[in-house]
Design a binder for this molecule. Structure first.
Ligand SMILES: C[S@@+](CC[C@H](N)C(=O)[O-])C[C@H]1O[C@@H](n2cnc3c(N)ncnc32)[C@H](O)[C@@H]1O
Length: 284
């Protein structure tokens, strides 16, 4: 069962105490625990739109698509590249920043719980994503919140993961323990290239993120993981399109052409980068 412990009030950063139905801060701000067990720590004052993050439809598309296992090689690549110090921990705390409907954290947690005591939190700014996630794994703490102001105390996690999300490096530094690990999972240059060639008249050149490095971190390991998969009906192609930014960015003609397809062979090209927070003992 999830515990919702060691969280902070998003308004004054004071520690939250759990009572039966809510988390309450010493100044009286209260956050109800939803029936499915998640808590919304994104107060109206910190919202930049009425319904931030992925919509209900995008969440449903991602859930259906990921459930078919097309991206499960990403999970295996994360497990295979897990740094030794994390592998050896008997207690491991992990935070998934922008977890969506929780597919990756849920699958990773199931495997990691076989060998360690796991404290896992998934946070997303979309209430639809977190509602969905909280229905399917009751051992993980699910929080509606923003990467811009993560509602946890400093130095809480061994591992922060941000997959296809919106990294806020200063917050990730703050919430990681000394020598904690940050994993960034992003698209590589050839990711879904066959689909992009249909969507766009011209493919933009690839821009690497954080090419100049990350302040306060040492890049310890970087790998590109490529694999192929085939979508064999228009529904799955539509789901994939709806869960990517291309659904908003691609021109109308490109989207129509993609949605008319009945089959497509695709390349997944995923970049994984493991950074370690610089501490007294690992400054390079
Ligand atoms: C492309 S999805 C990736 C979801 C998940 N990590 C995955 O790979 O399946 C990006 C997610 O980031 C969320 N998001 C957008 N802005 C955010 C923010 N400021 N803080 C936390 N999550 C955010 C969206 O709601 C969406 O669920």
């Amino acid at each position: 069962m999830s515990h919702l412990e060691h969280l902070c009030c998003p308004l004054d950063q004071l520690p939250l105490e759990r009572n039966e139905r809510a988390l309450v801060c010493p100044k009286g701000h209260a956050y109800d625990i939803a029936k499915t067990g998640y808590v919304n720590l994104l107060p109206v004052q910190k919202k930049h739109s009425k319904d931030p993050g992925d919509s209900k439809e995008m969440v449903a598309s991602r859930r259906e698509f990921l459930a078919k296992g097309h991206y499960d090689p990403v999970i295996q690549a994360i497990l295979d590249s897990l740094p030794q110090p994390l592998q050896q921990m008997s207690d491991l705390s992990v935070f998934d920043a922008g977890c969506g409907e929780g597919h990756y954290l849920r699958q990773l947690s199931q495997q990691l719980r076989e060998r360690t005591q796991l404290d896992a939190i998934g946070l997303d700014i979309s209430k639809w994503a977190i509602t969905d996630a909280s229905k399917r794994d009751k051992q993980i703490d699910w929080i509606v919140g923003s990467n811009a102001h993560v509602p946890v105390a400093d130095g809480r996690f061994d591992w922060v993961m941000c997959a296809f999300g919106f990294p806020v490096v200063s917050e990730f530094t703050r919430i990681l323990k000394q020598q904690g690990w940050l994993l960034l999972v992003e698209s590589g240059s050839d990711h879904l290239i066959e689909l992009r060639e249909i969507l766009y008249p011209e493919i933009k050149s690839y821009q690497a993120t954080f090419a100049e490095g990350l302040d306060g971190f040492v890049l310890k390991h970087e790998l590109n993981h490529r694999f192929s998969f085939t979508l064999t009906d228009a529904e799955q192609i539509g789901q994939l399109l709806s869960m990517t930014p291309h659904i908003h960015k691609a021109p109308y003609e490109g989207r129509q052409a993609a949605l008319a397809l009945q089959m497509i062979d695709l390349t997944a090209d995923i970049k994984l980068r493991w950074y370690q927070k610089q501490g007294k003992n690992n400054v390079e």
